[in-house]
Write a protein that binds this ligand. Structure first.
Ligand code: ADP
Length: 160
């Protein structure tokens, strides 16, 4: 059984992330979406909230597991017996960054291979940072995030 890890901050998870995850789940027998965190760095949403929103957003994908980890992704992958890291690509900027990250991971642990999936055009411009920016400026985020995330953010920030 090929296990893939889909690591990221997912702060918050977006429709773009879900698209990559769904495609990954069609290719691999099991995909673990894993929120990477650093206890010294506080993000936008607490880890527990990010995990809760991911769980609610992936409920209809049977071969997906939700988890979190601290430290190196390759160490987490070893622990989970995963040989594949799944990452999404939007632009050539993503590519430059992802190529370096993938080569670093491979230098650290040659058994791990990164598989890149290209996002659908309609999700190409979506990022967690733009969702955060829209929230800080009181805009509407419903188009960019799964329903559970929109419900949570709208209630927390706009009281609706
Ligand atoms: P990180 O902090 O590791 O960059 P992110 O949560 O921002 O984590 O993203 C995790 C993965 O999802 C990365 O591979 C990123 O390129 C990808 N990704 C983010 N947004 C999108 C999107 N809209 N479409 C496709 N892939 C995406």
């Amino acid at each position: 059984m090929t296990i893939a890890i889909y690591p990221g901050s997912f702060d918050p998870i977006t429709k773009g992330h879900i698209d990559i995850l769904k495609s990954g789940a069609e290719i691999f027998e099991k995909v673990i979406i894993a929120v990477s965190y650093n206890i010294n760095k506080q993000g936008f949403l607490p880890i527990e909230t990010r995990l809760d929103l991911i769980k609610k957003s992936v409920i209809d994908i049977p071969n997906v597991e939700v988890d979190s980890f601290e430290g190196l992704t390759i160490e987490y992958a070893k622990k989970k017996n995963a040989k594949v890291l799944l990452r999404g690509l939007r632009t050539s900027f993503d590519f430059e960054y992802e190529m370096q990250l993938s080569q670093t991971n491979q230098a650290l642990y040659n058994e791990i291979k990164t598989v890149f999936l290209i996002t659908k055009p309609e999700y190409n411009f979506i990022s967690s940072s733009s969702v955060r920016e829209i929230i800080f400026n009181k805009g509407k985020i419903d188009e960019f995030v799964p329903q559970a995330v929109a419900k949570y953010l709208n209630s927390k920030y706009y009281g609706i």
